[in-house]
Design a protein around this ligand. Structure first.
Ligand SMILES: [Ca+2]
Length: 115
């Protein structure tokens, strides 16, 4: 793919410093939903990716280009299991997220975010 042309449907959407970018598919592909540093969202239920697809239970990879550590939660209102996304850290596939020694499948689960 060359620069300067319209992105393919599954091309990675750019993420910039100061943004937390949630992607619809693994490896930062599919559509994206961007959150600015420090912005709490208690319910993904009414949010959509830029392509109009529902955000809730649909996040598969994450880029955190902020200096903060957001928490992604399994359920709305910051409930259920949660994972921390380190500052300036990217996770290409939430299916195989490894916070410590165990592997956690957090694919298509995120429903709220706090900082
Ligand atoms: Ca969920």
């Amino acid at each position: 793919m060359s620069l300067g042309v319209a992105p393919e449907a599954n091309a990675a959407a750019a993420c910039y410093q100061g943004e937390l970018c949630l992607y619809q598919h693994a490896n930062y592909t599919g559509s994206v939903f961007k959150i600015r540093a420090g912005q709490n969202i208690p319910n993904f239920g009414y949010k959509t990716f830029t392509n109009g697809q529902p955000l809730n239970d649909n996040v598969s990879s994450v880029r955190n280009l902020t200096n903060l550590v957001p928490l992604l939660y399994e359920h709305q209102n910051y409930q259920g299991f949660r994972i921390a996304i380190g500052s300036q850290t990217s996770i290409p596939d939430l299916t195989n997220y490894k916070p410590l020694h165990e592997v956690i499948n957090f694919n298509d689960k995120a429903s709220s975010v706090s900082w």
